[in-house]
Write a protein of this length. Structure first.
Lengths: 468, 250
C-alpha cells in the first residue's frame, strides 16, 4: 500500500511559521559584503569565494529576461531580501538534536514519519542550511554520499569541484548567476559505480522566514551503472511580502547510469520560484525529470537534459496547475549531442480561473547526428473562460536520419461533462476533480505510487476550492 | 408516495417554450414509454428533470416520492434517486469506468465502498450485460461504439440502483443484437422498487421492453395515453391520425 509522501496535502498545512532566532544572518540586501559574509560563515576555500564574487558580477550584468518572460519579474525587489539565515552550520544526524522549533516544523510536515516509512535518506533544509541530514547505514557502507552542499563542498571537494557548475554555467541565466553568488544548502549526492539505490533519497526545502531568499544548490552524480531516485518537496508560509526561491540543480549520469529526479513544489502563493535544472547524460545513461508545480506566484522552470553520450535517454514529465493569481511558466529542454539519443517530453497544464500556464520547450538535434528521436506532447486543460495557456515549442531537428513527433492540444472541461458526472451523483467539485485527474492520469501513472496518490489529493483539494 | 409526478411542467430553452404543460405520473413498479415525433421535447423532459441548467423551468411541478426535485441541484436529484441514461453519453478522458462508477457510488454513502465487494458486483453486472472485463480500465465512453456506450449506461444504472430511471432514446444507433442486450438489462431491473420511463422514437424497442403504459407526446405535452397497443398503432399509422384527433377535439 502507499505511504504518505513528503508533500503537504493542502495549502494550509504548510502555512505556519516560527519566530526563530538565527545565529547567522547576512542582513537585508545583496552586496559583495553579503557574499563575503556567507563564504566566511561557511569557512569556504578561496576558489569558492572567487566563484561567488564573479557570479555576483554576472548577476548584476544580466537584465531580467522580460523580453520573453513575464513582466511580473519586475516586482522582485532584490534589495529587500535576506540572503542567508541559519541557526548553525552542522546538520544533525538525529531528530533529537534538531532545535525544537525546527524539529516541530518538520514533524508538522510529516518528514520524520516518511523517513521511517519508505525513504533511504532525508535532508531537511530550514531557510539557508540543512537542519537534519541522514542516510541509511548500509548505503554509506557502499560508498554512497548524501549530504548538504555545504558539507559536500567541504568534505568531498575532489568530486564536488569536478562537476560543480559544469552542467549549468554561472552565467546561464540571471537566476543561475544569483544562485551561484549566494548558494547555500541543497544536496550533494554521489553514487559509486554499479550501486543501485533502491529507495528514494529525499530533500525537503522549508522557508520559514519572511523577506527571505532560499538558494539551494544540488549536485547529483551517478557514477557508471549507478542508479538513484531523488525526491524533493517544498513549502513556505504565506506572507504578505514576497519570498524568492532560486535553486540550481545539476545532475550527472555517467555511462549507463540512471537518475530520476522528482519534484512536487507546493510553495505558497507569495513565492517567486525561479529554478534552473539540467542534467548531463553520458553514453547509455538515462535522466528523467518528474516535475509537478502546484504552488507559487510565478514559477519559471525548464528542466533539461544534455544527451552527450551515444544512446543516452532524457525524459521530462511535467504537470503544472495554475490557480487564480498563479503563473506556471514551465517546460523542458532536450539537447541532443550524440547519435541514437532519444528524448521524451510530456507536459500537461491545468489553468483555473485567472491562472496562467505557459509551456516553453527547446529540442535541438543537429544535422550531423544519426538515429536521434524526440517525442513532445503538450496538453493544456482550461477551466473557466478566464484561464490562459500558451505554448512555445522550439524544435530544431536537422538531418535525415532523425525524427521528431510533436503533438499539442488544448481542451476545456465542458459543461456537458460536468452535467454527466453530476447526474451520477458527484457534486460539482468532485466532478471537476475527476475530470482533471482524468486529464493527467496517463502521466501520473508513470509516477512512483507515493507521489501519484498525493498528487491526486492535491488536485482534489485545489478543484474543490475552485468551485463556488 | 412512491411516484414520479410531473404536473403541468413548462420548460424554456433560450426563451423558447419547449414543454408547455406536460403532466405524467410514473409509479414505482411500472414501465412507461413516451413516444413522439422528432422535436416534440422528449429529450427536453429528460434533461429538465435531471436539472440541466440550460433548461429553464417556467411553470408546473415535478416531485419524486413527494420531494420537489425542481428545487434541487443536478447531483442532489441524482442522489435522491433519479437516473438518466443519456442519448449521447459523454466522454470523460482518462477516467476509467471502474473509477467513475465507484466515485458515483461513494457519493451516495458516508463510507467508501469496499474495493473487493465493489469489483465483485461490477464484474457480475458486466457479465450480465455482456461487457468485456477489459472495459473496467477504459476511459468512460472514449472510443466506444454506439452499442458499447449504451450498454455502459445500463451498467451504471444497474450498479447505482436508482428508484426512477429515464432512458433517453437508448435504442438510437443500436443494431438488433445490441438492442436485445440492452433491453434484457433493463428488463432485469424492472420491479416493485423501481419506475422506468423509456423515451423512444421507434416502437421497435418496445418489442423488447414491454411497457405498462404508452404516452404520445406532441408539441411539448402528452396528448394521448394508452397501453402497449398504442405503440403498435403508431408504428402502423404514424402520428398524423393523432394530430387529426386533437384537431377534431376528440
Amino acid at each position: 500500500m502507499s505511504t504518505e509522501a513528503a508533500i503537504d496535502i493542502d495549502r494550509e498545512k504548510g502555512n505556519f511559521s516560527y519566530d526563530t532566532e538565527y545565529e547567522y544572518n547576512a542582513g537585508i540586501g545583496l552586496t559583495e559584503e553579503t557574499v563575503n559574509y556567507i563564504t566566511d560563515v561557511k569557512g569556504e576555500d578561496d576558489w569558492v569565494r572567487a566563484f561567488r564574487l564573479k557570479a555576483l558580477e554576472s548577476f548584476r550584468s544580466k537584465p531580467l529576461p522580460t523580453h520573453w518572460a513575464t513582466k511580473d519579474l519586475e516586482n522582485i525587489d532584490f534589495d529587500k531580501f535576506r540572503y542567508y539565515l541559519s541557526k548553525g552550520q552542522q546538520p544533525s544526524r538525529t531528530w533529537d538534536d534538531v532545535p525544537d522549533d525546527v524539529k516541530e516544523t518538520f514533524e508538522r510536515l510529516g518528514i520524520p514519519e516518511q523517513e521511517r516509512a519508505f525513504l533511504a535518506g532525508v535532508e531537511a533544509q530550514f531557510d539557508s542550511e540543512a537542519a537534519y541530514s541522514r542516510m541509511k547505514d548500509d548505503l554509506a557502507k557502499e560508498g554512497v554520499i548524501f549530504v548538504g552542499s555545504t558539507e559536500g563542498l567541504k568534505d568531498h571537494p575532489e568530486i564536488f569541484r569536478k562537476f560543480f557548475g559544469k552542467v549549468i554555467p554561472t552565467g546561464d541565466n540571471k537566476f543561475s548567476a544569483l544562485n551561484s553568488a549566494v548558494f547555500s544548502g541543497g544536496s550533494f549526492i554521489y553514487v559509486p559505480p554499479g550501486v543501485k539505490v533502491k529507495q528514494p533519497l529525499q530533500a525537503y526545502f522549508r522557508i520559514n522566514a519572511e523577506n527571505f531568499g532560499q538558494f539551494e544548490r544540488t549536485l547529483i552524480i551517478a557514477d557508471e551503472g549507478a542508479e538513484v531516485t531523488y525526491m524533493e518537496g517544498c513549502t513556505a508560509p504565506k506572507f504578505e511580502t514576497t519570498t524568492l526561491h532560486s535553486a540550481v540543480v545539476e545532475l550527472v549520469a555517467l555511462k549507463g547510469a540512471k537518475i530520476q529526479y522528482i519534484t512536487v513544489q507546493n510553495w505558497s502563493a507569495n513565492v517567486f520560484n525561479l529554478v534552473t535544472k539540467r542534467g548531463l547524460a553520458e553514453e547509455d545513461a538515462e535522466i528523467k525529470w518528474i516535475d509537478c508545480n502546484i504552488g507559487s506566484r510565478l514559477t519559471m522552470k525548464y528542466p533539461g537534459v544534455i544527451l552527450k553520450g551515444r544512446g543516452a535517454r532524457g525524459e521530462v514529465l511535467s504537470i503544472a496547475l495554475a490557480g487564480d493569481g498563479q503563473h506556471q511558466d514551465t517546460g523542458a529542454k532536450m539537447i541532443h549531442m550524440a547519435d541514437n539519443t532519444t528524448s521524451n517530453i510530456i507536459a500537461k497544464s491545468i489553468s483555473i480561473g485567472e491562472g496562467q500556464s505557459t509551456y516553453r520547450g527547446q529540442v535541438h538535434i543537429p544535422k550531423h547526428l544519426k538515429g536521434c528521436r524526440n517525442n513532445t506532447e503538450c496538453d493544456a486543460l482550461l477551466i473557466n473562460t478566464n484561464s490562459r495557456t500558451d505554448t512555445y515549442p522550439a524544435i530544431t531537428v536537422r538531418g535525415d536520419d532523425n525524427s521528431v513527433q510533436h503533438e499539442a492540444s488544448v481542451s476545456k472541461v465542458n459543461a456537458e461533462q460536468i452535467f454527466y458526472l453530476m447526474q451520477r451523483g458527484l457534486n460539482e467539485g468532485e466532478a471537476m476533480s475527476l475530470a482533471v485527474n482524468g486529464f493527467v492520469n496517463d502521466l501520473v501513472k508513470q509516477f512512483p505510487m507515493e507521489y501519484s496518490v498525493e498528487l491526486k489529493r492535491l488536485i482534489d483539494m485545489e478543484m474543490e476550492g475552485s468551485v463556488g | 408516495m412512491s411516484v414520479l409526478e410531473i404536473e403541468n411542467l413548462k420548460v424554456n430553452i433560450d426563451d423558447k417554450e419547449i414543454l408547455n404543460g406536460l403532466s405524467l405520473t410514473l409509479p414505482k413498479g411500472e414501465v412507461h414509454a413516451i413516444m413522439g415525433p422528432n422535436g416534440t421535447g422528449k429529450s427536453t423532459l429528460a434533461k429538465a428533470l435531471a436539472g440541466h441548467e440550460n433548461y429553464e423551468i417556467t411553470g408546473g411541478s415535478a416531485t419524486m416520492n413527494g420531494e420537489d426535485i425542481l428545487a434541487l441541484e443536478i447531483d442532489e436529484i441524482a442522489r435522491a434517486g433519479l437516473f438518466l441514461a443519456f442519448q449521447y453519453p459523454v466522454e470523460i478522458p482518462g477516467v476509467s469506468i471502474a473509477n467513475f462508477i465507484r466515485a458515483a457510488l461513494n457519493s451516495r454513502q458516508e463510507e467508501d465502498i469496499d474495493a473487493v465487494a465493489y469489483y465483485k458486483s461490477l464484474y457480475a453486472e458486466m457479465e450480465n450485460l455482456g461487457i468485456d472485463r477489459k472495459f473496467t480500465s477504459r476511459s468512460v465512453n472514449e472510443g466506444f461504439s454506439g452499442g458499447e456506450k449504451k450498454r455502459c449506461e445500463i451498467l451504471q444504472m444497474a450498479m447505482l440502483k436508482p428508484e426512477f430511471c429515464i432512458l433517453d432514446e437508448t435504442d438510437s444507433g443500436l443494431d438488433v443484437d445490441a438492442l436485445k442486450v440492452v433491453a434484457e438489462g433493463v428488463n432485469q431491473m424492472r420491479g416493485e422498487e423501481r419506475g422506468i420511463l423509456v423515451i423512444t422514437h421507434y416502437q421497435r424497442l418496445l418489442n423488447y421492453i414491454v411497457p405498462d403504459k404508452v404516452h404520445i407526446m406532441m408539441d411539448g405535452r402528452i396528448v394521448k395515453s394508452g397501453d402497449k397497443s398504442l405503440a403498435l398503432e403508431v408504428e402502423e399509422r404514424g402520428y398524423d391520425w393523432i394530430k387529426e384527433e386533437i384537431a377534431a377535439g376528440v
